[in-house]
Design a protein around this ligand. Structure first.
Ligand SMILES: Nc1nc2c(ncn2[C@@H]2O[C@H](COP(=O)(O)OP(=O)(O)OP(=O)(O)O)[C@@H](O)[C@H]2O)c(=O)[nH]1
Ligand SMILES: [Zn+2]
Ligand SMILES: [Zn+2]
Ligand SMILES: [Zn+2]
Length: 295
């Protein structure tokens, strides 16, 4: 399923999709269907309608309705997960990135370093294969693999089912490795405490601007593979600036997931988030007890 995000979009123009064309020396808006025989470069922008995307065969109003239905259902599932995580003081982190940015590597290393401190579990999302769950199990942590088939993101219901299988302990940490995709996982809340976006320096510094939704929703941005900086023309300062442009609030940590710089900052961040979760749960219970005492 990914009717909402339009991933399966074929590059066709139709229906009510008004789109802008930026030709070299002029720009015009039009909504006529046409082939692609222009002899000059031009810019087709499918995100300018009210739905923010184009799906061949569907009107903008229909897309908005479908999206509201699907996301509304997902939000209800995610809210149930969040309540469960809060009641059991489970810190759930949703790791999102492009394929190959280093999510599983980071988890393998983090589990080695943290397994004596916390109970750890991992939900692994990929379209196919159980490779990542096997890598995680080799570290000794509990892992459930979710294969999404043609699907390009995890949703709240999939995570709920995985929790039933994993039965994470109270006060544990649950890492959710989403499907490698910087687009759709931004839309689907899983009930996590925070989205952690991982950007590898091999991907180029412009990704926060190209995929702003994802970076906008991040609680933490990890800039990974900084050990490779000497071999690349990646402009770190510019990248930090771009992250700030789309998200002024997110924490940012630079690191080498395979073992090296920045890992201790990442572990401190987890520790702080976990403590904040415990504190708010304690405050909640105290408040409930105070109300009960007054009755
Ligand atoms: N040099 C270097 N390589 C890294 C680092 N982190 C990950 N890698 C390498 O990057 C490649 C991809 O890493 P994975 O951990 O499989 O990436 P992933 O994000 O889990 O990939 P998908 O699950 O397919 O989306 C592997 O060859 C890793 O060894 C790093 O900090 N430095
Ligand atoms: Zn044109
Ligand atoms: Zn992975
Ligand atoms: Zn998608």
């Amino acid at each position: 399923m990914c009717t909402v995000c339009g991933c399966g979009d074929t590059h066709s123009h139709a229906e009510d999709t008004a789109h802008a064309h930026h030709h070299g020396d002029h720009q015009h808006n039009h909504d006529h269907p046409h082939d692609h025989a222009h002899g000059h470069s031009h810019h087709h922008h499918y995100g300018l309608g009210p739905a923010g995307l184009h799906i061949g065969g569907l009107s903008q109003a229909r897309i908005i309705k479908i999206e509201q239905d699907i996301l509304g259902r997902n939000d209800a599932d995610a809210a149930r997960n969040r309540r469960y995580f809060d009641e059991h003081c489970i810190l759930a982190l949703n790791l999102v990135s492009s394929p190959g940015s280093g999510k599983t590597s980071l988890l393998e290393r983090s589990i080695q370093d943290l397994k004596n401190q916390y109970a750890l579990n991992v939900i692994e999302g990929d379209q196919q294969t159980e490779n990542d769950a096997e890598r995680i199990r080799a570290t000794g942590a509990g892992a459930v693999q979710i294969n999404t088939g043609k699907g390009c993101h995890l949703d709240g219901r999939m995570v709920e089912q995985a929790i039933i299988t994993l039965k994470p302990a109270d006060h544990s940490v649950l890492f959710i490795e989403n499907v490698g995709n910087l687009v759709c996982p931004a839309l689907f809340d899983l009930g996590e405490a925070a989205k952690v976006v991982i950007l590898s320096v091999t991907e180029g510094e412009d990704k926060p601007l190209k995929y702003p939704d994802m970076f906008h929703r991040a609680g933490l941005v990890l800039i990974n593979k900084i050990d490779l900086l000497p071999y690349l023309s990646f402009d770190l300062e510019r990248c930090l600036h771009y992250v700030r442009q789309v998200n002024a609030e997110a924490d940012i940590i630079q690191l080498t997931a395979t073992g090296g710089e920045g890992l201790s900052q990442w572990y401190d961040w987890i520790k702080q988030k976990r403590q904040a979760l415990l504190n708010s749960r304690i405050a909640e219970l105290e408040q409930a007890a105070a109300v009960k005492a007054q009755l």
